[in-house]
Design a protein around this ligand. Structure first.
Ligand SMILES: [Zn+2]
Length: 307
């Protein structure tokens, strides 16, 4: 019963914090200057879920275990129970949503590779030529990604365009973009789809940047994007896949313009990352110094919550 009470309190606090952090992010996102860095955008998007989880693990559970007497049998209020149910619901829906996306991607890869021939490439992941009618080039799979190239795409692109297009896909593999998409499935929240779209655009541009080494490869990649986009249609990729030209390709013209105006990138760290790291460091130091006081405050808060 004691541990069940601990679980109810933890889930209730998790729900409150997750909803508050996500709501705050949704409001702030409308007003802040949009960062263009894919890593920063992804960190911002998953921050509410991980911050709420961290607070529960580091403060709510320890405060209950250290400060709540075993002998006391308090009754939970309706609101406390409702919040705990909502917290459990968020976790269950997130896990089911991740599993469904993963299963769809696995079935898609299994169906594609069953009717395709292996390609002899040294890109580091198994590669297959699919026999589908649409020109497509994508990586799918989270744990064991597969590079899938349709016969149409192989006919459409010349060798240098194909090489840089494959490098673009391999950048998605190195950056674990399909895993990130799966984490986003877990953290679903209304009003944050704009931030997710922004991350997806930034992830495509980051993969373009990783694939391109000079003006010639930039032009080859721009040409590959145009050829595939013009001839595309027919194949629907699963959610946990990164295509060369995503179906919802709103960023396509921006990507092509960037490639046509390609300039050697100057390596500069995002000021957002430095600011976020500095803020996290300050908060961590303040919390460590005042840990027992924070536990006491958290315990008082949870007492109010469950009544
Ligand atoms: Zn891509």
């Amino acid at each position: 019963m004691y541990l069940l009470r601990c679980l109810v309190v933890s889930l209730g606090v998790f729900f409150l914090l997750y909803a508050a952090f996500s709501g705050l992010l949704a409001v702030c996102w409308r007003f802040i200057k949009k960062p263009a860095n894919a890593t920063v955008l992804f960190a911002l998007r998953v921050l509410p879920m991980f911050a709420a989880g961290a607070v529960v693990l580091l403060f709510t559970m320890p405060s209950f275990l250290y400060l709540e007497p075993h002998a006391v049998e308090e009754e939970f209020g309706v609101s406390g129970l409702a919040m705990a149910l909502c917290g459990a619901g968020i976790i269950v829906v997130g896990v089911v949503s991740m599993l469904v996306a993963w299963l769809r991607a696995s079935r898609f890869v299994a169906a594609c590779t069953a009717n395709s021939r292996p390609l002899n490439t040294d890109v580091g992941v198994p590669a297959f030529e699919m026999s589908c009618a649409a020109p497509a080039l994508l990586v799918s799979g989270v744990c064991r990604p597969r590079l899938l190239v349709s016969g149409q795409a192989a006919e459409l692109l010349n060798s240098s365009e194909m090489e840089v297009a494959i490098q673009h896909e391999m950048a998605h593999v190195r950056r674990r973009d399909n895993l990130k998409k799966m984490v986003l499935r877990f953290c679903r929240f209304p009003f944050l789809s704009g931030l997710e779209r922004e991350w997806l655009t930034a992830a495509e541009m980051a993969a373009d940047d990783a694939a391109v080494t000079d003006e010639r490869t930039a032009l080859d990649l721009a040409s590959a994007l145009i050829k595939i986009a013009r001839a595309s249609g027919g194949m629907v990729a699963p959610e946990l896949a990164m295509s060369l030209v995503p179906e919802k390709g709103a960023c396509l013209s921006a990507r092509i313009q960037r490639l046509l105006a390609w300039q050697r990138p100057v390596s500069a760290r995002s000021p957002y990352l430095r600011k976020m790291a500095a803020l996290a460091g300050l908060v961590a130091v303040a919390v460590v110094v005042n840990y027992s006081w924070v536990l006491g405050q958290m315990h008082e808060f949870t007492e109010l919550l469950v009544r």
